[in-house]
Design a protein around this ligand. Structure first.
Ligand code: GNR
Ligand code: NI
Length: 178
């Protein structure tokens, strides 16, 4: 298992539209395991392949407290949605920022599971919101696209500044070992 690196806004690779998965095979299952490891390590409730720079239509979620409800969605499609509501969202690719977003609070989603078999599932509340947030990632969309341009620009500038500081820190000459 490998912990993957999560891309951060405004990285242009987050704007890539992911392509459908042709076959759910052992290699894809290993990648799915890496997505879970990365998501749990980052304390997220969902993760889309796009966020780790893999542009395949795969997402994972686990909205349980105990980390005992892992769900895998390959080639997901929302087939029904109802009752729009507002929820405060965050994103591992936009660390430290939380904003209200309106989305359907109940959905029916169709996808392939870890075994490659098709299934349909009804979801509501946080899980419904999370699945929509992850499918947005697969389409190159981020929750900040739904907020005001003013807020989005502020978030982008702050994250760019943090990313520059981190890059400078990494490039800093180190004291040579004697
Ligand atoms: O960890 C996450 N929390 C969250 C909270 C509200 C709505 C959506 C999410 S998804 C997010 C993890 C993430 O960035 N997935 O793409
Ligand atoms: Ni996200």
């Amino acid at each position: 298992m490998t912990r993957l690196t999560i891309l951060e806004y405004p990285d242009p690779r987050l704007r890539t539209r992911a392509r459908p998965v042709a076959a759910v095979d052992d290699e894809l299952r290993r990648f799915i395991d890496d997505l879970f490891e990365t998501m749990y390590a980052a304390k997220g409730i969902g993760l889309a392949a796009t966020q780790v720079d893999v542009h395949k239509r795969v997402l994972v979620t686990d909205v349980s407290e105990e980390h005992d409800r892992p769900l895998v969605f390959v080639n997901p499609e929302i087939v029904a949605k109802e009752s729009v509501g507002t929820m405060q969202e965050g994103c591992l690719s936009v660390p430290g920022y939380y904003e209200d977003v309106d989305r359907a609070q109940r959905i029916r989603v169709r996808a392939l599971g870890r075994d490659g078999r098709p299934f349909e599932m009804d979801a509501e509340g946080l899980l419904a919101v999370c699945i929509q947030h992850e499918i947005d990632h697969l389409d190159g969309k981020l929750f900040v696209d739904y907020i005001s341009e003013l807020k989005r620009t502020r978030i982008r500038r702050k994250l760019e500044k943090e990313q520059r500081a981190r890059a400078d820190q990494a490039a800093r000459p180190r004291q040579p070992a004697v």
